[in-house]
Structure formats: C-alpha cells, structure tokens
Write a protein that binds this ligand. Structure first.
Ligand code: ZN
Length: 157
C-alpha cells in the first residue's frame, strides 16, 4: 500500500514543483511591468530556466516557495510523515538551487531570490515597497541578493 501511495504522492509533488505562474508571482510581475520594466519568462537558454529575466539589466529574479526550497522561516517545517522522502527531496532542491545560482552568476547574471514569505502571509512586504525594492535593485545594478519577509540579506558567493 505504501509504495502505491508514495508513487502517487511523488508524482503529485513533482507536478507541484514544476508548476509556474503561481499567483503572488503574477501580482509581482504585473507591478514590475507597470513600472515599465521588461522581462522574459522561464528562459530555456539559461541554467534552471529562471523565472523572470531582465536582459537589459543582466539580472534575474527567482521566486522560491519556502516549503519546496527549505527556507528558514515560518512556512517551512520538516514533514513528520514520509520524512526520509522529504528530507531527500528538499535537500536536493536546496543543492540544485545553489548550483543554479552559481552557474547564473558565473555567466555574469545578477540574481535576486525572492522568497514566497515576502509575497504572502502575515509577514509579507507591501507590494509598493517590494516593487520599489526590485526597481532599484535592477536599475542601480546592485549585487546578487536574497529577499525574504524578515530581512534583506546578501547572497554569499
Ligand atoms: Zn520563507
């Protein structure tokens, strides 16, 4: 029984991981677009098919789900059931994320990782503030960094 269940859970989870265009991401994209900033989506020619690519600014925004990518925040707790499966899954996501960011940065791209908890929930940043942050990060050519609901921190590279 558990094998069948695991297989089902797994394929469901995989489909969730691949799903793009989640709602908070759409809201952010719309706000950025309204500022006159133009981007490409899920560019297949770049490592990891980054979410939002700004060729003009040589910059990339990646939006990461706190659960799937193991963010250290209120939205992430290690699941108590199927814990081995989840540990493997999420740890490998974290590893892959790191590698992808480094590859992008090696290619000369700046990366801004925006965690889901910045976009929704009780600690989210108000949209105007977030948009303003993104706008200045792009236009002032700031270094690669991460943005989450608690702090703005630099990406250690
Ligand atoms: Zn988070």
């Amino acid at each position: 029984v558990s094998d069948v269940h695991n297989a089902k859970t797994r394929s469901f989870n995989m489909s969730k991981i691949k799903s793009k265009n989640t709602k908070p991401e759409l809201i952010l994209r719309k706000a950025i677009h309204a500022k006159g900033l133009r981007y490409k989506l899920h560019d297949k020619s770049l490592p990891g098919r980054p979410d939002i690519v700004f060729p003009k600014f040589k910059a990339i925004i990646e939006i990461k789900g706190c659960f799937w990518h193991g963010h250290d925040c209120d939205y992430f707790k290690w699941p108590k059931t199927h814990s081995e499966f989840w540990k493997k899954k999420i740890s490998s996501n974290i590893e892959r994320d790191k590698k992808t960011l480094l590859r992008l940065q090696d290619l000369g791209w700046r990366t801004l990782t925006i965690w889901e908890c910045t976009l929704k929930g009780k600690n989210k940043l108000p949209l105007p503030e977030l948009t303003e942050y993104v706008e200045s990060w792009l236009a002032e050519y700031h270094a690669s960094t991460e943005l989450d609901s608690k702090k703005i921190k630099r990406q250690p590279t």
